[in-house]
Design a protein around this ligand. Structure first.
Ligand SMILES: [Zn+2]
Length: 396
């Protein structure tokens, strides 16, 4: 096992919980003092033990939308030196700020993942995460610098160029999205390149994939495959670590995790710019305190599905409400629709009714192609639109 922050990664449970309690009390002081919207909410609440946290109010994505952009900041903007944006409910933007200390923490947390994945100062790292995973790249760069691995400071946009970089610079460690890793694997197969002729030892994916995809990629790229799990509003990467056993441990010195009604709830313990108290992540999850063979003591996280009708096609995230918005501006407005989301494509099935084509003097054109190009233009998603018979709708 290879740790980066041995003291925190292996901290005995009792010591960890004591530290969490102290950090939580300090967090409440900061929130009361520096964040206006927290002041009233937290006014009469006391925290003497970790169990008391259950009585504290949640923070929701809606709170973040209401206070967008800077209402949740606990530090003056001049001390916030980095801003990242992520997709919030119904496609509204959410912003996350970092102070210099926050970035330093982020680097250390990313370094923990790199170290657990076997990265040393001898490695050459290629980071190729475009689109929604883009801000992840800066976290990994910070982490790699701490380990003193060599980072190729270029994110190749084209698969040919990426392949050329793999052959020329001989990176041993590739950080990329599942979509890109699969494209790369297929290209290597098509061109009959022997994956063993590349120098890749490990591929770290920006998000979890199923077991089958992981095995397919490991064989196709001739490399070990590891996965990250992050949440943009909390930290991505850096919320947790995938250990050598293949389990996610939450960095509990930095984040306090709860599961409330099946939903993962996270409190940031040390973040300066934008601390979050009991943030409802909209991700289903289970936590497990069993001992892990790797020796790390951080609670085990089993992430599940999204709870808020947010989907992903390739690496593009969108909400069902955004699809409804697009449809509302076409002739399909007001019609019921169903989404079918696969890894590569969005299928939109719209219930057909006579009114869809009624009221026109000449027979109107089928609007499907227009809807597809609108979805591509506004959400960046390749979609296939089709009509279906009205579905049975239970009354009441
Ligand atoms: Zn472990």
């Amino acid at each position: 096992m290879s740790t980066f922050d041995r003291r925190y990664e292996l901290m005995p449970r009792a010591e960890l919980e004591q530290m969490q309690l102290e950090r939580l009390q300090a967090l409440l002081v900061r929130l009361r003092r520096n964040v206006r919207r927290s002041r009233e909410k937290l006014a009469d609440l006391r925290l003497d033990s970790l169990a008391d946290l259950q009585r504290f109010p949640f923070t929701t994505q809606e709170d973040m939308v209401e206070s967008f952009p800077y209402g949740m900041f606990a530090f003056p903007l001049r001390e916030v030196i980095r801003l990242h944006s992520t997709l919030g409910p119904e496609g509204k933007p959410l912003v996350i700020g970092h102070t210099r200390n926050d970035l330093a923490h982020w680097g250390r947390l990313a370094a923990r993942q790199l170290a657990a994945s076997g990265v040393t100062a001898n490695d050459v790292i290629q980071i190729s995460v475009g689109g929604s995973a883009h801000s992840a790249a800066s976290g990994y760069v910070l982490g790699a610098e701490l380990i003193e691995a060599s980072v190729i400071a270029e994110d190749p946009l084209h698969i040919d160029y990426q392949l050329a970089m793999l052959q020329n610079y001989r990176p041993t460690f590739l950080i990329t999205t599942p979509t890109n890793a699969l494209d790369l694997m297929r290209t290597i197969e098509e061109r009959r390149i022997d994956p063993q002729s590349l120098y890749l030892r490990t591929v770290l994916l920006s998000r979890p994939v199923d077991k089958e995809t992981r095995e397919q990629l490991a064989a196709g790229l001739f490399a070990a495959v590891r996965c990250n799990f992050g949440i943009g509003e909390i930290l991505d990467p850096g919320l947790c670590i995938e250990c050598e056993v293949g389990l996610f441990h939450i960095h509990e010195d930095q984040f306090l995790a709860e599961v409330c009604d099946g939903e993962l709830v996270i409190t940031t313990l040390a973040r300066e710019a934008m601390p979050l108290l009991r943030y409802r992540t909209r991700v289903a999850a289970e936590l497990c305190r069993d001992k892990c063979a790797c020796g790390r003591t951080g609670v085990l996280l089993q992430p599940g599905a999204r709870l808020d009708r947010r989907y992903r096609v390739q690496e593009t995230m969108f909400y069902e409400a955004q699809v409804a918005d697009v449809l509302a501006q076409t002739r399909a407005a007001g019609h019921r629709f169903h989404l079918e989301v696969t890894e590569r494509q969005l299928r939109v099935a719209i219930e057909l009714s006579e009114s869809l084509f009624a009221g026109a003097i000449s027979p109107p054109q089928d609007p499907r192609r227009d809807i597809e190009s609108e979805l591509l233009a506004r959400l960046g998603v390749e979609a296939e639109v089709r009509w279906i018979e009205p579905q049975f709708q239970p009354k009441g």
